[in-house]
Write a protein that binds this ligand. Structure first.
Ligand code: PMP
Length: 385
């Protein structure tokens, strides 16, 4: 049987990884500036992570959510502390889409309303409601289209106010990425996030912060919405939470009351995934990775801003993007082919950097050197042609 290939594949047959490096089948080394799409938070194959998972597997990997699972309680306590939301409740799932799906559903149960606000260029996942709130017609099947979702322009306070004046009382939730990832590293202004908070409070709507990509320390704060000094009612997370082990979660404000049947999952919160997630939080704490994401991110951002030939360098922490002018449009491929550096991308011409939060300064310098040389080489080719 052949694989059902849904992504354009880079020419890399991957075999193993360590820290911020990947190796292919022939032993060629690549610098990982993509972090498996913001998933690799503490670095590949971290020894504490391996030990925690192996140890858990030798005790119990899975049984069922119909009994108490102490390691879930341990994870909830640690996550509450590190995120600064100790009074929130935790519901564990398996992916980002599932987290958003459950958050949107819970908001609707809570308010008894149907309308949802999402924003231009948003990406929230590929399950039913998650995809319905995603601004990309290519990935929304007709069955997922719904009039209940309104897309407003990102960072447009006036459009938000006008919408709420008209439909606020029918609105169940607003879902937003404080830093849009797939949308191309677009940063919500503090004022915009604060306005969403005020309007949700006035009209009884639920504020859902999708922190699947920008959260979990990546932005240099635990949640990217923390920069605006506000609390969301529900935070959704996944990617960096498991450093590659599939796990996601929703962190739910105390006013929400769970009732039997509302949410459920077979695999969500299994002991093995919890062990992975706990190991990640322990490493984040022990190695000061949130502070590191902030300082190393600032260093990377400043070095990028000093480079001639790329445009609109932006980002927070280790979630950074820049525009690639037409003249050097093959930059991503060139970095990969000639310098063995793997970067991310977003349409139309954005390079996205989402490295491990533990990336070293030396590795950042290695990336900058490769980038500078690539730009020179690509410009030379353009001039010759
Ligand atoms: N939300 C955001 C902001 C994302 O970037 C993604 C994945 N790119 C998702 C949700 C969906 O996560 P998953 O692929 O784990 O379902």
């Amino acid at each position: 049987m052949e694989l059902f290939k849904v992504y354009p594949l880079a020419d890399l047959r991957i075999e193993r990884a360590n820290g911020s490096y990947l190796w292919d089948e022939n032993g060629v080394q690549y610098l990982d500036m993509y972090g498996g799409h913001a998933v690799i938070s503490i670095g590949h194959t971290h020894p504490h992570y391996l030990e925690r998972i192996q140890n858990q597997l030798s005790k119990i990997g899975f049984w069922s959510n119909s009994v108490h699972i102490p390691i879930q309680e341990e994870l909830a306590e640690k996550l509450g502390k590190i995120s600064g939301k100790e009074d929130y409740q935790l519901f564990l799932v398996n992916s980002g889409a599932e987290a958003n799906e459950n958050a949107l559903k819970l908001a609707s149960f809570h308010t008894g309303r149907k309308r949802i606000v999402a924003f231009s260029h948003a990406f929230h996942g590929r399950t039913s409601l998650a995809v319905a709130t995603t601004d990309n017609p290519k990935i929304i099947a007709p069955v997922n289209e719904t009039d209940e979702v309104t897309f407003l322009p990102f960072n447009d306070v006036k459009a938000l106010e006008d919408y709420f004046t008209k439909y606020g009382k029918e609105t169940s939730s607003v879902i937003i990425e404080a830093i849009q990832g797939v949308g191309g590293i677009r940063i919500a202004t503090d004022r915009f996030l604060q306005k969403i908070r005020t309007l949700c409070d006035s009209y009884g709507a639920v504020f859902i912060a999708d922190e699947v990509q920008c959260g979990y320390g990546r932005s240099g704060m635990f949640y990217a919405t923390d920069y605006a000094g506000i609390n969301a009612d529900i935070y959704t997370m996944a990617k960096g939470m498991g450093n590659g082990f599939p796990i996601g979660a929703i962190s739910i404000a105390p006013q929400f009351k769970p009732s039997f049947g509302m949410l459920g999952t077979t695999f969500g919160g299994n002991p093995l995934a919890c062990a992975a997630a706990l190991a990640v939080l322990e490493v984040i704490e022990n190695e000061g990775l949130i502070e590191k994401a902030k300082s190393r991110g600032t260093y990377l951002l400043n070095r990028l801003k000093a480079i001639d030939g790329i445009e609109n360098v932006r980002g927070k922490g280790l979630m950074i993007g820049f525009d690639v002018p037409d003249e050097i449009k093959n930059l991503k491929k060139h970095l990969f082919d000639e310098f063995q550096v793997f970067t991310g991308e977003a349409k139309p011409n954005v390079i996205r950097l989402l490295p491990s939060l533990a990336i070293s300064r030396k590795q950042v310098d290695e990336f900058i050197d490769a980038l500078q040389e690539s730009i020179v080489e690509l410009k030379e080719v353009t001039e010759i042609n």
